[in-house]
Design a protein around this ligand. Structure first.
Ligand code: PHB
Length: 390
């Protein structure tokens, strides 16, 4: 009899605790998504928002019994605004995860908040190598500039490009691109003869391009952030740089799929290196591109959309692993080490660095069915961020 009461008591206790748990779990799981929806980086916000919506349309808005709610905020790509919004999202909205971050200064501004509040922060766009070192709660699903730049510096000297001038936006990712391209090219017997930096905000490329013309390198290597590529391309060709015998090579940020089709036939033949092309010929990517375009008036997804889409997957999978329980440390543990087939190719989240390991592709702009695409012609597999091994 006594034994039976004990068992009954234990069963009651289990019921009570799971009942309580069930109650807590009915509260929505909140993702605070901070993106530049206006201002110079607005295309990044538009692309990532569309990708997040597509992910949720395809995978539902309930994970392990929890309703997932996205709270979208526009930081206009000003880091002070990003910081204030993140603070409000954590303190007032009690978000379980912070995500988005269109530019490096925005991600950096929020890193201390992620650390103090133990909130996982998924960087879907920003790409300076050191971002993941700014907080142990940061996980990245975009890429790093060292990943992209090193691949191009391996390709260039094998293709007659020995003397290069570099032109980068003067902040984190540009400085990474400049440094890693230069070091690798030197290692391969080439040389960067001049390193030029243009301001991030409202750059005027004309005086820099004039200088490049005078220097007459084999090629100009360019990094500018997503959204600024079309302006560089236009001025490069308007000034007849190609006719003066100077090739244009770049990270894929420049031949951005968001703008590529409007760049015109001048862009044909430009070689870039990157982790994602909308022309990636896998079944998973064909499905992704088709469904993205269908849901967004034919807008072509770019690499920013890819970072947002995979970022959602990483969050969903982590929540599944915790059985629907939030809590920063458990979620973070669920994000580390994830391996999956992304539309960009196979990827994994390195458990040590929390950074993405992925293929880097060499691509050339080609015309197919009347449209311009970054067509992949070579691949370097499973590239870890070279910025982390230094
Ligand atoms: C960045 O600010 O880290 C950034 C932004 C846009 C890019 C690449 C890097 O295309």
């Amino acid at each position: 009899m006594k034994k039976r009461t004990l068992i009954q008591a234990a069963a009651l206790a289990v019921l009570a605790s799971t009942g309580g748990l069930a109650l807590a779990q009915t509260a929505p799981f909140k993702i605070g998504l901070i993106l530049p929806m206006s201002g110079q980086q607005a295309t990044t916000g538009r692309q990532i928002e569309a990708a997040v919506k597509l992910w949720m349309a395809q995978n539902g808005d309930t994970v392990a019994g929890r309703k997932v709610q996205v709270v979208l905020k526009d930081d206009t790509s000003l880091p002070d605004v990003t910081r204030r919004l993140a603070q409000e999202l954590v303190v007032n909205d009690k978000v379980d995860v912070l995500a988005g971050f269109g530019i490096t200064p925005s991600a950096m501004a929020v890193a201390p908040i992620a650390t103090q509040s133990k909130t996982p922060l998924v960087v879907m766009a920003a790409a300076t190598s050191s971002i993941t070192e700014a907080s142990p709660y940061i996980v990245r699903t975009s890429f790093t500039l060292p990943q992209a730049s090193v691949a191009l510096a391996d390709w260039a000297p094998k293709n007659g490009i020995k003397k290069v001038v570099s032109l980068v936006s003067d902040y984190g990712p540009g400085i990474d691109a400049e440094k890693f391209f230069k070091e690798r090219l030197q290692l391969n017997g080439g040389q960067v003869t001049e390193s030029l930096r243009v301001p991030l905000r409202n750059p005027d490329f004309a005086p820099f391009l004039q200088k490049v013309r005078d220097l007459k390198p084999d090629a100009l290597f360019v990094f500018v952030p997503s959204g600024a590529g079309a302006a560089v391309m236009k001025q490069f060709f308007e000034r007849g740089m190609d006719k003066a015998g100077i090739k244009l090579i770049a990270t894929g940020d420049v031949t951005d799929d968001d703008q590529l089709n409007d760049m015109g036939d001048n862009a044909l033949g430009v070689v870039t290196s990157h982790h994602y092309s909308a022309a990636h010929p896998s079944a998973a990517n064909k499905k992704f591109v088709a469904e993205f375009q269908k849901a967004n008036k034919n807008m072509r997804p770019n690499f920013m959309a890819m970072g947002g889409y995979d970022g959602m997957r990483v969050i969903y999978e982590a929540l599944k692993k915790t059985g629907g329980k939030a809590g920063g440390d458990a979620l973070l543990a669920g994000m580390k080490g994830q391996i999956f087939e992304s539309p960009r190719g196979p990827v994994y989240i390195d458990a040590q660095t929390r950074d993405i390991v992925q293929n880097i592709y060499l691509r050339k702009v080609e015309k197919k069915d009347g449209q311009l695409w970054n067509v992949e012609f070579d691949v370097i597999k499973d590239v870890k961020d070279p910025g982390k091994t230094k």
